[in-house]
Write a protein that binds this ligand. Structure first.
Ligand code: ATP
Ligand code: MG
Length: 441
């Protein structure tokens, strides 16, 4: 197995000091898959204090010493070296009650989650150590728990979501008994912190096999996002839609690029549909569902402790996903005024993905419409047209100079002026603006 120079150095230094050391886990899995590993975690029979001793001339830091991990900086790269360990009981389904170090590599491999992650590389012999058949499972693109899956998920519920994440990102199937155990043990995810769920689930959303995973394991996802359940099987009774709400959601998720903000937006954009549904002679409608969906998006993401920036961007995109925007520069400027350029461009991506999840007969037309809006947006931008207060040739100071007292009214006047400029009623020229402002004051 190829190791970069800094990893070779780590190996040689440990060996020179008489210890065994093995790259293990994700780097070995990715190497066998033909992918380039992003880091090289290693496991050793040396105790953490001995690892610290060996690298006393290097920069080291504690990244979980009580779990046996020492981080060593070699040529500006970090190598995590963890003492072989076994884990015994987990009374809370997430933290081992105690960590026991061992000198046996195979003991260490046994406590790892999936066979594909339980392979070590022995640099001394240039061979893999693969007691659980991980190499074969990687070849068959299968995720299989090491040992009894129910037991392993009961020890640590996060493994359930890790299995789904790997299946989505690597496009692997989940082996039958492991899959059954995932459904059976799903409630154990209730013991996992929202931050860890958010991190794993966001990676899952950005995987290439996301649609299949979300479809087959919606019951598991619903343990931490129960808001999706009403969408499953919800018939839209509408000729524009050929899928139920949940299937439409999954097609739209898959259709948008693998960016966390966009994938979360598509996943949550129609969550408000079931509760706003009504039917008349023309079919099913979801009046103002965007508003309900935005509220749900905010609730879900805040509960999972997403950053304020993520909550705000996703909520905004969900809120605007269904807006009808005429192909005029005036309506595009209004959109730019509300969202700014970057978010407007993201909204167009959302609109395309949403269209791809609807009945095919209108797809071409809808995509053309969005292309037209993009063109108009870029024309507005390159013409340097005014669409925000900062583009205006008048400021709060000018309004105060007209005798308006500092306060709310100043912002109101500026906004009226901005709207009139966007509507083409007045020009964005200082004298004109001041004249109009003095009428409004
Ligand atoms: P990536 O870093 O690409 O997300 P990875 O496999 O390296 O994937 P890490 O979270 O970095 O994942 O974990 C490194 C290794 O530690 C895993 O390959 C696995 O062997 C083990 N591991 C991680 N989390 C768990 C867990 N919850 N239960 C058991 N073993 C785990
Ligand atoms: Mg890793």
């Amino acid at each position: 197995m190829y190791l970069p120079d800094y990893a070779v150095k780590a190996v040689e230094i440990m060996q020179k000091n008489g210890y065994n050391i093995y790259p293990v886990g994700g780097c070995v899995r990715n190497h066998i898959l033909g992918l380039i590993p992003d880091d090289y975690d290693m496991t050793t029979n040396a105790l953490p204090s001995q690892v610290l001793d060996v690298f006393n001339e290097y920069n080291t830091f504690d990244s979980g010493l009580k779990h046996g991990t020492v981080s060593v900086v070699i040529d500006k790269q970090v190598v995590e070296i963890t003492t072989h360990r076994t884990e015994t009981s987990y009374t809370d389904n997430r933290h081992p009650d105690k960590v026991i170090f061992t000198s046996e590599l195979t003991e260490d491999l046994r406590r790892r989650d999936f066979t594909m992650n339980a392979i070590a590389y022995d640099p001394a012999a240039d061979s893999f150590i693969d007691p659980y058949g991980g190499i074969k499972d990687i070849g068959d693109r299968l995720i299989r728990a090491v040992g009894d899956p129910v037991e392993r998920f009961s020890e640590d519920g996060l493994r359930i979501l890790r299995a789904l994440r790997f299946s989505s990102v690597l496009d692997f199937e989940i082996e039958e008994y492991t899959a059954l155990a995932i459904h059976k043990c799903r409630e154990l995810l209730k013991n996992i912190s929202p931050e860890r769920i958010y991190t794993e689930f966001t990676k899952l959303l950005c995987g290439s096999n996301v649609r299949n995973v979300l479809s087959e394991y919606y019951d598991v996802i619903a343990v931490f996002i129960p808001e999706i359940l009403p969408m499953v099987g919800f018939d839209q009774q509408n000729p524009h839609h050929c899928y139920d709400v949940y299937e439409h959601t999954l097609v739209a998720v898959e259709a948008v690029e693998a960016d966390p903000i966009l994938r979360w937006t598509m996943f949550l954009h129609d969550t408000g549909k079931p509760e706003t549904f009504f039917e008349d002679e023309r079919g099913g409608h979801f009046y103002r569902h965007y508003k309900y969906s935005a509220d749900i998006a905010e609730k879900v993401l805040s509960r999972l402790r997403a950053s304020n920036d993520t909550v705000s961007k996703v909520t905004t995109l969900v809120y605007h996903h269904d807006s009808v925007i005429p192909e005029t520069s005036r309506s595009v400027k209004r959109l730019l005024m509300k969202l700014g350029y970057d978010m407007t461009m993201l909204l167009f991506k959302v609109n395309c993905a949403d269209a791809k999840g609807q009945a095919p007969f209108q797809l071409e037309e809808r995509l053309l419409h969005i292309e037209k809006l993009k063109t108009i947006t870029n024309e507005v931008i390159s013409a340097n047209d005014c669409f925000s207060l900062k583009d205006m040739n008048i400021s709060g100071k000018d309004i105060i100079a007209l005798g308006v007292l500092p306060g709310k009214r100043i912002g109101e006047i500026l906004n009226i002026l901005l709207n009139e400029v966007i509507d083409g009623e007045i020009e964005n020229v200082k004298e004109t603006l001041i004249e109009r402002a003095s009428e409004l004051k």
